[in-house]
Design a protein around this ligand. Structure first.
Ligand code: COA
Length: 335
């Protein structure tokens, strides 16, 4: 697929160091081997060296170019412990609790990212979204000026879709993380997803704030939430091309937009769709995938101070390579 090839090519150029904490998972080891073959920057695996090498041997993955960070011999381990205590002291973190927390490879990866020893991490082939993201939310945190980290899906439309000729790729946010966003959180989701568009696709994001109402056609607190979020984005990120509230058809189809939202410059051009809540975002990405035949890539994470990405537990090695490539592009955009 064109877009993923472009992102992989950028990953080769950026040479970022990405950590994979689920180092005993066969797909993860294959992905590490594939990244080396493709010429990506270094991959860091976390765990027991002997076990990782034995597993890689079993599944025929050449991980000779990967770096293994084995907590038992890692010279940085004491610094990871003391920094974790420092960061989470107010939450009751002690040295003993930090050592226990660092037994979790994902927390280990989060601390490596926090200390700048790697540029980002990718996990979730084995762990749930919550387990993949919680350590990152606790120690890496949202980027300056952003309070809410969110998740989006990159939706690559098939040629059979009428919108494919206008926009072959759309971002759907938040489709995976923030359950019932406040206006402030929704504004952060819009800005974060738009920034991810710029980092990954390169062109300017054109953002539609979706609703069941277009420009006041319905009156409800749910509509007010969307218009309040839009006002916040306009105040905090005035450079962003954004409009709302718009129904899905008004956002995507120029003629419908011209009649329902005359004067709006978004209809027929939108590439970033922001949903009012997680139910809408998650349901729409799955329906677009199943009914329109789109390819859904994600959940990908926006708004972190340093990049972290989640995987689906049904993922293949090539999906992990794509998530690593995305993480490299996000790291480059932040550096
Ligand atoms: C991500 C998620 C696991 C975090 O919730 P949690 O595990 O209950 O963790 P907490 O609410 O205790 O938050 C942990 C920390 O992360 C922070 N945090 C949580 N969500 C955040 C967000 N969206 N942005 C920024 N920070 C966030 C909290 O402020 C807290 O920080 P602190 O410990 O320093 O005070 C939760 O939002 C979630 O389960 N989301 C839905 C994911 C899901 O099921 N998706 C399915 C569709 S794919």
């Amino acid at each position: 697929m064109g877009i993923l090839n472009d992102i992989r090519a950028k990953a080769v150029k950026f040479q970022k160091t990405i950590c994979l904490p689920e180092a005993l998972d066969e797909r993860t080891l294959r992905a590490a081997a594939d990244c080396a073959k493709l010429g990506f920057g270094p991959i860091v695996l976390v765990g027991d060296t002997a076990k990782i090498q034995a597993k890689a041997g079993e599944c025929g993955a050449d991980i000779s170019k990967a770096i293994i960070r084995d907590p038992a011999s890692d010279s940085e381990y004491p610094r990871l412990v003391s920094t974790l205590v420092e960061l989470r002291q107010a939450k009751g973190m002690t040295a003993e609790a930090a050592e226990k927390a660092l037994k979790d490879g994902i927390m280990y990866a989060a601390m490596l990212v926090k200390l700048g020893l790697v540029d980002g991490y990718v996990s979730g082939a084995v762990h749930s979204t919550a387990d993949t993201l919680r350590p990152a939310l606790q120690v890496i945190k949202a980027r300056k000026g952003v309070k809410t980290v969110s998740a989006f899906f990159m939706m690559a439309l098939p040629e059979s879709s009428p919108y494919q000729k206008i926009q072959p790729v759309l971002f759907f946010g938040d489709s995976g993380l923030v359950q019932n966003p406040t206006p402030e959180e929704l504004a952060d989701i819009a800005v974060g997803t738009a920034q991810s568009w710029k980092a990954l696709i390169g062109s300017d994001p054109i953002v539609a704030m979706l609703s069941h109402s277009t420009k006041g056609s319905a009156k409800h607190a749910d509509v007010d939430k969307v218009t309040a979020a839009l006002a916040l984005v306009r105040k905090n990120a005035p450079e962003l091309e954004i409009d709302g509230e718009l129904q899905g058809d008004a956002a995507l189809i120029r003629e419908v937009g011209a009649s329902k939202a005359p004067g709006s410059k978004i209809p027929g051009r939108a590439n970033v769709l922001i949903f009012p809540d997680l139910d809408a975002g998650n349901i729409c990405y799955k329906l677009t995938e199943r009914l329109a035949g789109a390819t859904a890539i994600g959940p990908l994470i926006s708004g972190m101070a340093k990049p972290v990405n989640d995987l689906s537990r049904g993922c293949k090695a090539e999906d992990i390579v794509d998530a690593i490539a995305v993480t490299c592009c996000q790291a480059a955009a932040l550096s």
